[in-house]
Design a protein around this ligand. Sequence first.
Ligand code: 3HC
Ligand code: NAI
Length: 705
Amino acid sequence: MGAATPESVVTTARAGAILVVTVNNPPVNALGVAVRQGLAAAMAQAQADSAVAGVLLVGAGKAFIAGADIREFGKPAMPPSLPEVCRSIEDCTKPVVAVLHGAALGGGLEVALSAHYRIALPAAKLGLPEVSLGLLPGSGGTQRAPRLMGARAATELMLSGKHLSAKAALAAGLVDQLAEGDDAQAAGLAYLNALLAQNAPVRRTRDIAIPDPAAALAELEVLKADTAKKTRGLFSPLKIIECVQAAVQLPFDEGMARERALFLECLDSPQRAGLIHAFFAEREVVKIPEAKAAAPRAFATIAIIGGGTMGAGITVSALDAGYPVTMVERDAASIARGRANVEKVYTGLVAKGRMTEEAKAAVMARYTGSTSYDDLANVDLVIEAVFEELDVKKAVFKELDRVCKPGAVLATNTSYLDIDAIAAVTSRPQDVIGLHFFSPANIMKLLEIVVPAKVGADVVATAFELAKKLKKVPVRAGVCDGFIGNRILAVYKQAADYIMEDGASPYEIDEAVRGFGFAMGPFQVTDLAGGDIGWATRKRRAATRDPKARYVEVADRICERGWFGQKTGRGFYLYPEGARLGQPDPEVLAIVDAERAKKGVTPRQFTADGIMRRYMAAMANEGANVVHEGIALRPLDVDVTFMSGYGFPRFRGGPMKWADMYGLPRLLADIEEFAKEDALFWKPSPLLVKLVQEGRNFDSLNQLA
Ligand code: 3HC
Ligand code: NAI
């Protein structure tokens, strides 16, 4: 396919006295430079041709227009700008109608708001989601939407980034009419012909006055205070409110100038770069070699082995996606508990009024509990979630090998164990794969798809298909201790322990990590997950730990007292009467002090910046190792893992994107500086060293050959 030209992506055709202007820029009709040029030319044509009485704007394919071309952001701007194009639409002296079907988002909706009338098909989705890209609507959306739907409703739409249905958009005043059916052009022509027959006037959104400006400004002040609290550290939400304040207070053109200035500030912000990286990375992760090599196997029934925390969560996820699920447990008591674990989730939804008893009964009707593997003879896909012990898992897989039909996919939810070893006990290693869900499995988005040596490409493709059906974000990972996420977590958690022993309190560390944008710090996470889990892992690894490696014993001292975190009322924090937010515990600080004294460490001061330099260096360096060893396909896979599964702030785009923005030479210099204290722990990743030598960044590895 050749490069897009204005003529190829915007076509014009006459239907009587109407000029039909069609945007045809697959996949989503994004407003790249050629589309903007094409639209500007079409509007000039409509204006100049006296035989044209009205203009219809329509999108070809599945959308009206999904917005500006996100790939152009951060590159030199090319004329005409989108605000100029919108202006030329609004200025037209002949009625312009936009007919909306599919996505009418961001700049796409702004084009529609510049038209004089709007009609929407039933499946249209309207929104101004720029905030999720670190931006604000920059082509008049902040000025025109408040004029059509009121200042407060428009601001809420822009702050939420949500899509409105056609019906909701009609109720909000964003569109004038709803159409039937799915033929956008026919609906648009009928509407415009009717308008022309009535001599309907040109009706410019910019000429509409916002009612009761004083009340609108007061409402915006309330939204501002609320937003400042909720979106701590985010740049564009408050700028959106400033734009709407300008819409209320200033003449239209001055409001537009204000919007432009603030849009450019957002465009320049690192948050925009991080969020747009996140947008594309989430779409790139599914592009894996196996998907090109093979088609997924068909699957209609799912079995889960184990009904504990994870087995129940995965069952709920599969039931929610509409699958029948058979759960197998060890004995009658265990399966009763497994069923109860599943039912509890739906009972909670009913109690909150988010589900009816009938809907719950209908979902639970697709659930079957069993204590016999023989019930799995016809199942298409099995996910094992039993205890994290290799021998137990091997025994389960021998059973699965015995009973399952040929071609069934056999998956394990193991967190750390060697999946090649599990596959090896079966006669069909080509069917065995890792599906590593995160807790709570019915809520967390991340699904690591762990690819052992002998698995078939079609099984990997099936796992990605399953992720899609369960609405998960899949990331392809190789087999190693902890795969992508938990392997990297182990390293930065260790860095946090060192910082603690060297002088910062766990509370200072958690605060610095939250200040960076994580929802929780590492010690809060330990308390939430249960300190006993990490303790068990540390004991298991004690025998193989390098005796020369630094080992911080604070967490062991805490666990020895039975303080396992929230569930026991205390851990690193105190949780009086089941409180969810912990309070600092002087006794924990005393334990930390005692450990420092035992090791002869003189505590030193750490700033939040000093804490984060070490924490992030450890994370990004191990991320580089994971890419270097092929455990992750690309740096972006590490980024998506952390954003979807570990609470990494999305506006920073993930640890590898963070590293690129921090600068790899600077990151390497930090690691070399830290290595002077502990060369065993702080070893620069060979990939980091290589990239610095070659003057490249992680992003340069994100394009798969
Ligand atoms: N620019 C460039 N590419 C885009 C794009 C955009 N605005 N929107 C989607 N794409 C690309 C995707 O990257 C993907 O490419 P790929 O196939 O190479 O991976 C392809 O289009 C299809 O996208 P999805 O996989 O997301 O398809 P879905 O059907 O699941 O979703 C959608 C469609 C709802 C339109 C979704 O793509 C979406 O939300 N897009 C972004 C919408 C948006 O944020 N618009 C605002 C842009 S900013 C703006 O307009 C600024 C203005 O105010 C000045
Ligand atoms: P759990 O202890 O809550 O549940 C395990 C269940 O397996 C129990 O109900 C037990 O009765 C059942 N079981 C044991 N042997 C069995 C057998 N032979 N046949 C049938 N059922 C059997 O454990 P959890 O937390 O659900 O973990 C399960 C697996 O998921 C482990 O491999 C764990 O590493 C992994 N995992 C755990 C996460 C977590 O946050 N808890 C996160 C991601 C993975």
